[in-house]
Design a protein around this ligand. Structure first.
Ligand SMILES: [Zn+2]
Length: 390
C-alpha cells in the first residue's frame, strides 16, 4: 500500500512525502504553503490510569492537592479488578484514538502489598501491545518507599514484574535519607526513576534539588524524571537559576503538567487563583533541562476534565507558558520517548510510517482550533479524525 502526502510542513519546510510498505519511502521539497503539519506519533510521559474516570462518583472534594488525595483515597473502595480494567481501558482507547504510540502511567502504591492496579495495567499492556506501549511507575509515598524494611520489598516486586520506581515527595521528614535509600534501590535493580516532587507553592519545597544531587551522586544521568516542581514558580530567582543549572548538568528531566497544576495550585473556595504553579518551562529548557509535557489526571479528583490527547496538552502549555509550539513538539514525542527509555521516533526516509498530520499551514495554525482535522498513520495505515473526516 502506498500513500502520497502533498504540501506537508516538516520542521518549517514544505515537503511531499511518500509512504510505501509501512515506511517513509521519500521526502522531497515542495513549493508553496503547507496544508498540514507533521510530527511523530505522540508519546505521553505522565498519566494515572488507576485514578482516571472516577470523578463522577467523588463528591465534596476539598480544594487543592491534599483534598484530591483524600477524595481519591475514599474512592479506592471501588477499585475492583473490573472497575480498574474498565476505566483504564477507556483511557487507553482514547489515547490510541488520539494518535499516541506510548504512554507512562503511575500506579498508586500506598501500602506494603502489591496494588491490584499494578497487575491490571500489566494485563492491559499485554493486550494493547500491538497498538500502544504502556509503561508502569510504582508511585509510593516517599515515607513508604524510603522505609528500610518496606522499600526493598516494593522494589523487588517492581523489578520482578517490570516497571519504573517512583515516589511522591513533598517536604518529608528526613527527606534526604529516605530519598537516598530509593536511589540505592535503583542502583541495585537498575531502575529508571520517576518522582512526583514539590507539587505545591511553598518556597521551601526543594525536593527537586535533592533528586538532582542524588542523581549526580549515583551517576544516573538520563535515567531520572521528575514531575511538577511547582515550587520553582515561587522560589527566589537565584535559587531557581542554581537548581536549573544543576538539573541540566545532572541529566534530570522534568515533566510539566499544565492541567493539574493550573487546576490545583492556589485553589481556594470562592476565590480566583493568583499563582499558577507551572515550573518555568522556557527557563528550564534554556538552562539545558529536558522538559516534557504530560496530561496527568483525566476526569478524577485532581482534575475533573482533561483527555488523553498530547496535542491538547501542548496547546494548553503553549498558552500558559508562552511557548512557541513548533519548538515544543519533542516534549510530547521524541524527547518523551528518549526519557522513557524507548526508541525515539523520527520522520525520515526509511523510518517506520508512524506519524500524525494536523491540518494547518504551521503549528500556530494547526493548534488554533481543537477540531482541526488529523490524519494518523500507523505502520503506513491511515486513520482520519476531526470535523472534516470522511
Ligand atoms: Zn501525576
Amino acid at each position: 500500500m502506498s500513500i502520497d502526502l502533498h504540501s506537508v510542513n516538516l520542521n518549517g519546510e514544505t515537503v511531499d512525502l511518500t509512504v510505501r510498505d509501512g515506511r517513509i519511502a521519500a521526502i522531497t521539497p515542495s513549493d508553496g504553503t503547507a496544508k498540514s503539519v507533521i510530527m511523530p506519533l505522540p508519546v505521553e510521559p505522565h498519566v494515572h490510569l488507576d485514578k482516571t474516570f472516577t470523578i463522577n462518583r467523588c463528591a465534596n472534594i476539598k480544594p487543592g492537592l491534599f483534598g484530591a488525595i483524600e477524595a481519591t483515597n475514599a474512592d479506592k473502595k471501588h477499585w475492583t479488578e473490573a472497575d480498574l480494567r474498565t476505566r483504564a481501558q477507556q483511557g487507553l482507547s482514547e489515547a490510541h484514538s488520539n494518535g499516541l504510540s506510548a504512554l507512562r502511567t503511575h500506579v498508586d502504591w500506598s501500602q506494603t502489598g502489591v496494588p491490584l492496579a499494578w497487575s491490571v495495567v500489566a494485563e492491559l499492556d499485554r493486550e494493547w501491545t500491538d497498538k500502544l506501549t504502556v509503561q508502569r511507575v510504582a508511585l509510593a509515598p516517599l515515607d513508604l518507599l524510603g522505609d528500610p524494611d518496606i522499600g526493598p520489598k516494593i522494589a523487588e516486586h517492581v523489578a520482578a514484574t517490570g516497571g519504573v520506581l517512583g515516589a511522591f515527595i513533598y517536604q518529608n521528614e528526613d527527606l534526604d535519607t529516605k530519598l537516598e535509600r530509593v536511589f540505592r534501590l535503583a542502583e541495585q535493580h537498575d531502575f529508571l526513576l520517576d518522582f512526583h516532587v514539590d507539587e505545591g507553592l511553598d518556597q521551601d519545597a526543594c525536593g527537586f534539588d535533592a533528586v538532582v544531587a542524588l542523581t549526580v551522586k549515583y551517576g544516573m544521568a538520563g535515567r531520572v524524571l521528575c514531575g511538577h516542581a511547582c515550587s520553582l514558580s515561587v522560589r527566589p530567582q537565584d535559587d531557581v537559576a542554581r537548581v536549573m543549572d544543576a538539573a541540566a548538568d545532572a541529566g534530570v528531566a522534568l515533566t510539566v503538567l499544565p492541567t493539574t497544576n493550573l487546576h490545583l495550585q492556589d485553589m481556594a473556595e470562592g476565590r480566583s487563583p493568583r499563582l499558577r504553579g507551572l515550573a518555568p518551562m522556557q527557563d528550564l529548557r534554556a538552562a539545558g533541562v529536558t522538559v516534557l509535557l504530560g496530561a496527568d489526571n483525566v476526569a478524577d479528583p485532581f482534575y475533573p476534565r482533561g483527555c488523553y490527547d498530547a496535542i491538547e496538552t501542548l496547546r494548553l502549555a503553549c498558552l500558559a507558558g508562552h511557548l512557541n509550539p513548533a519548538d515544543w513538539i519533542g516534549a510530547i514525542s521524541t524527547n518523551a520517548a528518549r526519557v522513557m527509555g524507548l526508541d525515539a521516533p523520527d520522520i525520515a526516509i526509511g523510518a517506520p510510517a508512524d506519524f500524525m498530520l494536523i491540518q494547518g499551514r504551521d503549528w500556530d495554525d494547526a493548534l488554533r482550533s481543537p477540531t482541526a482535522q488529523r490524519r494518523i498513520i500507523r505502520s503506513g495505515q491511515n486513520t482520519t479524525i476531526g470535523k472534516d473526516a470522511a
